[in-house]
Design a protein around this ligand. Structure first.
Ligand SMILES: [Zn+2]
Length: 277
């Protein structure tokens, strides 16, 4: 793949203030480093994502964590003030997503697939799908100028298999960005070192020291990006050549949605300009 030279704007829309980091933190770092514009958007404020705290104090803590993660790679992070665990694909939420997509004017949107264990993930995906096409209709959310055409929309990787397994059209090696992705996740303290280990029954494994935590985090999260390589080595070989693909250790992958602009070969080369990273 080659870079056509023009900067692209990428908008990742996740349900919670860490989902974009987990699904696309590596490519976000690569885009930002290459001078492209990246905006992360969380559809909820994350105020239910903890076992010991909640409500406004947790929402504010998670907003601060999201901003700190964004600062690691120099991207923007917006967190909508919707309650965690209660997101619904309402007209009001659809209008908000349409307005934000129009204001940010992305060339590429990344989001969850509609089949996912978490209702907020499912409904975030639905909201993005419901906003697709409507962003081009002038009479919808009429006070915000419509887009001339749909952005490309891609789903972030997951392991769910019904009704069909994640089937990526693009895989991006993120070896050169894994450290930054982990640094972003490190900023989500309330999640990666508190709530998620608690929820998994592993809280006692989490070390106290900053450097010990970083090492623990790498052990917990790097295998996820390695797993993407194992699953989609053939696609990496198709896109980058077998020799190059054989050296990749970490990757993120994306599947084009039928509801966005088509991910043609030309669009893929323009939107994922990551040859040789
Ligand atoms: Zn989530």
């Amino acid at each position: 793949m080659t870079n056509s030279g023009s900067a692209v704007t990428v908008l990742a829309i996740g349900a919670h203030p860490d989902d974009c980091d987990i699904g696309a933190g590596g490519v976000a770092a690569l885009y930002a480093r290459a001078g492209h514009r990246v905006h992360f958007l969380a559809a909820t404020n994350g105020d239910a994502g903890h076992h010991e705290m909640g409500g406004a104090p947790l929402a504010r803590r998670r907003l601060a964590e999201a901003k700190a993660a964004a600062a690691v790679v120099g991207i923007e992070y917006t967190v909508l003030d919707n309650h965690d665990g209660e997101l619904e694909p309402t007209l009001a939420n659809r209008r908000t997503i349409i307005r934000l997509i129009r204001e940010i004017t992305p060339d590429l949107i990344l989001t969850h697939r509609p089949n996912d264990y978490h209702p907020d993930h499912r409904y975030t995906s639905l909201l993005v799908q419901d906003a697709a096409y409507m962003v081009t209709v002038p009479g919808v959310v009429a006070h915000t100028p419509h887009l001339p055409r749909d952005p490309v929309i891609c789903y972030m990787a997951d392991d769910f298999s019904r009704p069909y397994p994640f089937s990526p059209d693009v895989a991006v090696p993120i070896d050169a960005a894994l450290d930054l992705k982990l640094e972003m996740l490190h900023r989500h303290t309330s999640q990666v070192y508190e709530w998620l280990p608690y929820n998994a029954g592993r809280l006692e494994e989490v070390p106290d020291g900053e450097e010990e935590r970083r090492a623990w985090l790498r052990e917990a999260y790097a295998p996820r990006s390695a797993h993407v390589v194992e699953r989609f080595r053939d696609l990496l070989a198709e896109l980058y050549g077998a020799e190059r693909a054989s050296t990749v250790r970490y990757a993120e992958a994306f599947e084009a949605s039928e509801y966005g602009a088509p991910l043609t070969v030309e669009a893929r080369m323009r939107l994922f300009p990551f040859e040789g990273v």
